[in-house]
Design a protein around this ligand. Structure first.
Ligand SMILES: NC(=O)c1ccc[n+]([C@@H]2O[C@H](COP(=O)([O-])OP(=O)(O)OC[C@H]3O[C@@H](n4cnc5c(N)ncnc54)[C@H](OP(=O)(O)O)[C@@H]3O)[C@@H](O)[C@H]2O)c1
Length: 288
């Protein structure tokens, strides 16, 4: 059985890219998440301009949680011009040398001996499957990374890598307001090849943007809140969870109450008509 929790806590905005939590606020949130059954934490080297992994690592040391109780996902590959990396241009680097160096940095920053999952953050036109395999094999044999995956990869890009590597996960942008992956063959590919699915921004643009789509959705979602005795974010997460690819939402909330709502949303089952009503409202047209 997979040790990864069904809801994954995304840490992108825990540090300087968002809430700028103090170490004690961060360790309290780690403990709260775990007490709710959320044991998997999603990181990336670039979060906080390459600073959030270290902030988390410091906070974790002060928490009452043992490393064996949690799982760490991290990502590599994006080279982002920032204070920490004064580069001329944003680019992607999947050379074996960069992948292994980046993992070493993440391990040091997170203060851990291993990552449970390493994801290649975004596909690059220059990625070479043999070069990537070389890095993965080395990291696996050294016990530094337990499993590998990708993020934002199409089925063709996944196939290219699976000739050389075992890809166990794909972390996609997927939500009621951005359901492209359910229609372009991506989720089908994941199910066919038994690749685990994770969804980033699982609430989509519903709370982030006031556009035609969110205006169409709001009255329908709010009506369903009454029907299912649920909050709006729970309706959005229940919709995603109902997909047979068993998509694990990577939730970005920094609030304990919303983490609890996310876990409780797993128990909600929408009727098939409500599921499609949400979809057609989001798309803005009836199903063909
Ligand atoms: N692989 C990739 O390329 C990639 C890209 C982007 C993100 N990610 C990962 O995905 C994670 C989640 O992304 P996300 O933050 O976009 O996810 P999200 O869960 O869709 O959105 C979270 C945001 O919505 C707000 N929110 C939640 N419930 C709300 C409510 N009921 N009312 C109003 N606002 C609400 C949260 O604010 P509060 O904190 O105040 O609750 C937070 O700012 C990130 O942390 C990161 O780990 C991965």
């Amino acid at each position: 059985m997979s040790p990864f929790s069904k809801i994954i806590a995304g840490t992108m905005t825990w540090g300087t890219w968002g809430k700028n939590f103090t170490p004690s606020e961060m360790s309290a949130l780690i403990e709260s998440a775990l007490s709710l059954g959320i044991s998997t934490f999603d990181h990336a080297d670039i979060y906080g301009g390459y600073t959030t992994e270290a902030a988390f690592g410091t906070a974790f040391k002060d928490s009452k949680v043992d490393r064996s109780q949690v799982q760490y996902i991290s990502k590599c590959g994006i080279q982002y011009p920032s204070e920490a990396r004064p580069l001329n241009v944003k680019h992607y680097d999947y050379s074996a040398e960069h992948i292994t160096w980046s993992v070493e940095q993440s391990l040091q920053n997170l203060n851990t001996e291993y990552l449970d999952v390493l994801l290649l953050h975004r596909p690059s036109p220059l990625m070479d499957p043999q070069e990537i395999a070389k890095a993965f094999e080395q990291l696996k044999s050294q016990g530094k990374v337990k499993s590998f995956g990708v993020s934002n990869f199409t089925p063709a890009q996944m196939s290219l890598l699976s000739t050389e590597n075992l890809i166990e996960w794909n972390q996609l942008e997927c939500s009621l307001t951005q359901s492209k992956a359910m229609f372009d063959g991506t989720t089908n590919h994941l199910m066919q090849h038994q690749i685990g699915a994770m969804a980033w921004s699982p609430l989509g643009s519903y709370f982030k943007e006031d556009n035609e789509q969110s205006q169409r959705l709001r009255p329908i979602v709010q009506k369903m809140c009454t029907t299912y005795n649920a909050t709006e974010d729970q309706i959005l997460l229940a919709w995603l969870h109902q997909h047979p690819a068993q998509i694990r939402p990577v939730v970005g909330t920094t609030q304990e109450a919303r983490l609890k709502d996310a876990m409780d949303a797993l128990a909600i089952t929408l009727t098939i008509q409500d599921w499609f009503l949400l979809l057609e409202t989001s798309l803005g047209h009836r199903m063909p």
